[in-house]
Design a protein around this ligand. Structure first.
Ligand SMILES: [Mg+2]
Length: 381
């Protein structure tokens, strides 16, 4: 089963005026996804998803013009060998670093779709897992900066749908953040889990200021207080209050960067994104590394439905699975391009797809409705 072609299709949409969400990295104006299509010599087709890295045309070009030609003709089932060659030839030396990891992620995901289709199995079975209920939290581009009352109403609307956990956007002023979390805790009561995400907008002083309140309000984690490479601040923040663990990983790439996080013992909840960190092959390795340290995996899930469906299969296949990040964004057509990738139950859980492969029926006729939009995806802060 040889790889015949590898094609990246970048897709975008723009938020209608007034329909976006403000958070620690600014206000999103558009969102993008890169669909990766791999065809094999015996007629199988696999689809994966690569994160756009805020430059979707560039990442698509890495796939179409660099990694694609490198991998053509290889055995599509040889995901370990393909990963190794792409790492050696493109990531390890002079090769775009994170950009190449994004591109490789989408290709690797498409190869797992092919492997599972060839075996006639849903992806979770290929990964050694079993169909089961996976707890989900209401996340994605949602629960952003707004008045505490409005935020509490929005959070309540997700609990009404079945969610038992919600993730609030913080990283505003610390007093605004605390007022919002307090309002949501009051509205939802003590049984609903509250998670928080600063999207890298905090300083160490901010963390010192909010930590007592986060602990008091029983917040389950503080996500990405700092930039992904600010290892020193992460180490310091982990010592401030052991009751609130620090989470990170959506901006960390490959097992090598997660190994550094383990060595530092600062981040105690890992959030690799399958469409960023090196694909399913690499996410399984990261999960195994973390398992040895009893670190739970709560993956970041990005914009598109193929990555979301893959993430649920992944969570059903590892022994240190945490929550699935369910995108509850009010405006995200990229989530539902090929049908809904998940359904929240009254138990607050989701389940993996049952069809062979990742389980999303890709209809390429929808691509023309979401042409690539280049340019800035966020307002400048
Ligand atoms: Mg985040």
């Amino acid at each position: 089963m040889k790889i015949d072609s590898i094609t990246a299709i970048p897709l975008s949409f723009r938020f209608p005026e007034g329909q976006s969400v403000a958070m620690g990295i600014g206000t999103a104006r558009k969102r993008d996804v890169i669909i990766v299509k791999v065809c094999t010599s015996d007629g199988l087709i696999g689809y994966g998803e690569a994160h756009p890295g805020r430059s979707p045309g560039a990442v698509a070009s890495v796939i179409n013009n660099t990694l694609g030609p490198l991998l053509l003709g290889m055995d599509a089932c040889n995901v370990v060998g393909i990963w190794d060659l792409a790492h050696r030839m493109q990531l390890a030396s002079h090769g775009l670093g994170a950009g190449a990891a994004l591109a490789l992620s989408g290709i690797d995901m498409a190869l797992w779709d092919i492997r599972s289709k060839a075996a006639g199995m849903p992806l979770y079975r290929m990964l050694g897992g079993v169909s089961k209920r996976i707890p989900a939290y209401a996340g994605g581009v949602a629960l952003g900066y707004q008045s505490p009352d409005n935020l509490a109403d929005e959070a309540q609307s997700y609990v009404d749908q079945g969610y038992r956990a919600v993730k609030l956007r913080i990283g505003d002023t610390t007093s605004n953040d605390i007022a919002r979390i307090t309002a949501v805790r009051k509205a939802l009561g003590s049984d609903i889990a509250i998670l928080t995400d600063a999207n890298t907008a905090y300083t160490l002083a901010d963390v010192r200021r909010v930590m007592p309140a986060l602990a008091e309000l029983n917040v389950e984690w503080l996500e990405e207080p700092f930039a992904c490479d600010d290892f020193a601040s992460y180490r310091s923040a982990a010592q401030i209050d052991l009751r609130v663990p620090i989470a990170a990983g959506e901006n960390h790439y490959t097992r090598y960067e997660f190994a550094r996080l383990i060595e530092d013992r600062a981040v105690m909840i890992f959030q690799p994104d399958l469409s960023k960190t090196g694909g399913i092959t690499e996410a399984m390795r990261i999960a195994a590394l973390a398992s040895a340290w009893r670190i739970p995996i709560n993956p970041h899930s990005s914009a598109g439905g193929i990555n979301m469906a893959s993430t649920i299969h992944f969570l059903a296949s590892i022994d240190n699975a945490g929550y699935f990040e369910a995108c509850v964004s009010r405006v995200n057509p990229l989530r539902d391009l090929f049908g809904s990738p998940f359904e929240i139950g009254q138990d607050g859980c989701v389940a993996p797809q049952e069809k062979p492969g990742i389980g999303m029926d890709v209809d390429e006729s929808v691509f023309s409705s979401f042409p690539l939009i280049e340019g800035l995806g966020f307002d400048k802060k």
